[in-house]
Design a protein around this ligand. Sequence first.
Ligand code: AHR
Length: 541
Amino acid sequence: MRRREFLKGAAATSSAFVCSFSRAIGKGGDSYIEVFVDEPIGTISQNIYGHFTEHIGGVIYDGVWVGENSKIANVHGIRKALLDRLKEIQPPIIRWPGGCFADSYDWKDGIGPAQGRPSHTNFWEVDPDARRLHEKGLQIFDNNAFGTNEFIRLCKLSGAEPYLAANLRSLPAIDFDRWVEYCNSPADSTMLAKRRAASGFAEPFDVRYWGIGNESWGCGGNFTPEDYASEFRRFTSWVPEYGQDLQFIASGPNGDDMDWTRRFFEELSTGHAYKNPHFSGWSVHHYSRVPGDGDALQFAEKEWYELLLSGNRIEQIITDHWAVMGEYDRDHRIKLVVDEYGSWYREGTEVDATHIFGQQITIRDAVLTALTLDCFNRNPEKVSMANCAQLVNNLNALFLAHEDKLLVTPNFHVFSMYAAHQGARGVRTNFAAPEIKFAQNGTEGSFWGLKGSASIKEKTLTLTVVNPHVTETRETQIVLRGASTHSATANILTARDIHGHNTFDEPNTVAPRSAAVPATGGLFNFSFPAASVTKLQLNLA
Ligand code: AHR
């Protein structure tokens, strides 16, 4: 649509304002955003803004857990600075204890008095890097100081709901039942409830979300989809409920592995068809990488776009799995749970050598995270939960911590800005901007020019927008269809340099800044800086 025709259709036209920000590097072409305020697309599950913590490298030990006797400020052993910052992003749900670690974990090792807990070899000892890092102090023997009680405490202190991943590969189903019993049986009822009470937790934990194995096509047992379906059926039948509406999440595919989805659902629905009202989630993992895995800090423009292209595949992955699931689950009772996503680079930028899969986080990763969250927001009927991998000292982290130091990464700021979408009513949007062209190994690559999502809570409209262009500002017209605004504010996350990131010495290099937006009526202009994530909050008249 040409700009003139577009303007004619605007619901309410008022004076157009242009907010130019200091980093206006160049001019975009015709760009516009339409927000259809009267066209709801579903409620955005707050659990889309979930997190993931695994016993790997520096996530739990050094990241979350410093121990009760530590000189580092802590609350019952949990790093206090982490708790304080976590509250700012309102974490709805946290997944634990893995990842691959989950399928080697015996929850019984992690309960009772700390001094009586056994030390065991951590799953990640299988990783050649871990063995090498052991020399540098990596704890590959887990002393189980952090177990179920401590994890539940992390959740309670940060206001999150727990999501536990059960071991399907190396423990029998009775251990799963008993873990549910330990967590959920009423006070003073079972022997396990009494053990829980002896640790100071008389009341049940009321854990609702349970993952049944992790990556069962790989580290979770190398199953075929048919064999995994049969195990899933066995593990989830007749699990004690204790009045809880249990939610079972099956171990779904890696990225676009449609074969895993189709064959699992085919097996479950043929012959003695499986019907279990608690089966509500189908897990999907999608990591974003550049060819050769690349470096988190040293990258060319081409790799900026390659990472975003890899992340952008999530939209098709969601659409395709959803279509296959619908062939078997016609009412779509089972939703997608993207319980691992984020960028993944080669080692070398972690804040401590013992942090396996630890990496620095730049504005590139923040843009990736934002476009992923926007995609979930645009698909609220399909995606019921997502967990960024992982919370601290690992892959797409929100925090980096070592000894007494902690910093928030650009990803933290994205979560902070996007928290307004949690539980809000998603509405339809239309984004139009010139495609980005870039040089990619002798050919021309392309990427979309502007995208985002919108939601409404009471009289506040939140519009989040990603401008992925590394150098160009996007001059954009924003049209509200079916509403008008009387005031607006903006929060903008960008960096002087596309490699911008935070360090312990300079922790605020990448941080959002706020700006007033002189917008009234149903039409206004806004300049989205290059390489940025923006949140616009509009107060509707
Ligand atoms: O997040 C790191 C690892 O990536 C997880 O343990 C595993 O599930 C995935 O392959």
